[in-house]
Design a binder for this molecule. Structure first.
Ligand code: H2B
Length: 101
């Protein structure tokens, strides 16, 4: 894949409109997910790990029991790129399948 390009502020705003549950935190995208229990939270992370390998794009994440917090950025581009948007979109889809609250 071509090197992802760092998005500018207007492009990030447009991206956030497509994944409204995510918020911008400086040069990262952030979302907290909550599931029924640890098992479901971990199943979500397992599914997403497979996606991360396919995209060669990996989350920074934090898990306690049923909670998963994800921070995405593209170190290679020193900011937010389309890859972070793609990851966020996929994470949202898998979260719905897993019954995230
Ligand atoms: N994941 C994320 N989130 N950002 C990156 O810049 C990134 C990555 N870079 N996964 C990739 C791997 C790079 O370090 C390797 C060498 O492909």
């Amino acid at each position: 894949m071509a090197r992802p390009v760092k998005l500018d502020d207007a492009q990030i705003e447009a991206l956030l409109a497509t994944v409204p549950e995510w918020e911008r935190r400086d040069d990262t995208l952030f979302r907290a997910f909550r599931f029924t229990n640890f098992r479901t939270a971990f199943a979500f992370m397992t599914q997403l790990a497979i996606v991360a390998e396919k995209l060669d794009h990996h989350p920074e994440w934090f898990n306690v029991y049923n909670r998963v917090e994800i921070t995405m950025t593209t170190h290679d581009a020193d900011g937010i790129t389309e890859l972070d948007g793609a990851f966020a979109t996929t994470a949202d889809q898998i979260a719905i399948e897993m019954g995230a609250q």
